[in-house]
Design a protein around this ligand. Structure first.
Ligand SMILES: C[S@@+](CC[C@H](N)C(=O)[O-])C[C@H]1O[C@@H](n2cnc3c(N)ncnc32)[C@H](O)[C@@H]1O
Length: 211
């Protein structure tokens, strides 16, 4: 079965035209990601994350799988001065690119760059974090829940991207898809979190830490 469009293509285009990347460096990063077909969260989801971060006055954010820093840039803008975004990324070249963008944006003091396995690197940080965002290889998704349990404050939000996985959640059963479905089920059955799923772009789960 071919991948499914999560949002009707005309609605998707409307949202893309309507929702802007306000910051010039963010626009540059978005243009690079789109031109390279690099799987960034994009404007629609970036604005949602900015909204969530500002809504809970987030100051400490942990990202698992930062790429070249596009989603981290949205969070860095949201946390404001004195806030911190901990980035983790497996590819050195992506981190170097991210460093350049943050340097030119004048926001280096808001970010920490870490190269290596995100789940290992997260062990260095005790938290508490206001937001933990997971965007690593899908088969590792279930493992990030215990990180959130240990490091996310009550009232904080655990976010996963690609939770509709291009529609494969309704038709496929490979290891990545199974891990996405397993993570969704685990979160929905976990009384420490109140979870919902937003069908924007490729789908994001939002889990509010309630106890
Ligand atoms: C979908 S991209 C991240 C995009 C980024 N969150 C954004 O929206 O701008 C996933 C990134 O995670 C990295 N990655 C995947 N699994 C990882 C892991 N276990 N540890 C560290 N990085 C990982 C990949 O190298 C890739 O750059």
């Amino acid at each position: 079965m071919p991948d499914l469009e999560i949002t009707h293509p005309q609605i998707y285009d409307y949202l893309e035209k309507t929702l802007a990347e306000d910051h010039p460096i963010l626009r540059e990063m978005g243009d690079y990601g789109r031109a390279q077909n690099f799987p960034i969260i994009g404007t629609q989801v970036g604005r949602l994350f900015y909204f969530l971060a500002r809504s809970i006055n987030a100051k400490q954010v942990l990202e698992l799988g930062s790429g070249f820093g596009y989603s981290a840039m949205w969070f860095a803008l949201a946390v404001g001065q004195g806030g911190r975004v901990v980035m983790t990324e497996g590819a050195q070249s992506n981190v170097e690119r991210a460093r350049d963008y943050f340097s030119r944006a004048g926001l280096l003091e808001r970010v920490e760059f870490n190269v290596g396995d995100a789940l290992e690197l997260a062990k260095k940080y005790s938290g508490p974090f206001d937001i933990i965002f997971c965007d690593i290889q899908k088969h590792d998704y279930p493992r990030a829940i215990s990180i959130a349990r240990a490091k996310l404050r009550i009232g904080g939000i655990l976010i996963y991207d690609n939770m509709l996985w291009h529609g494969r959640v309704v038709s496929e059963s490979d290891s990545d898809t199974n891990a996405v479905v397993e993570t969704t089920r685990a979160l929905m059955n976990d009384d420490e979190f109140f979870t919902t799923l937003v069908p924007l772009h490729d789908g994001q789960s939002l889990s509010l830490r309630v106890k």
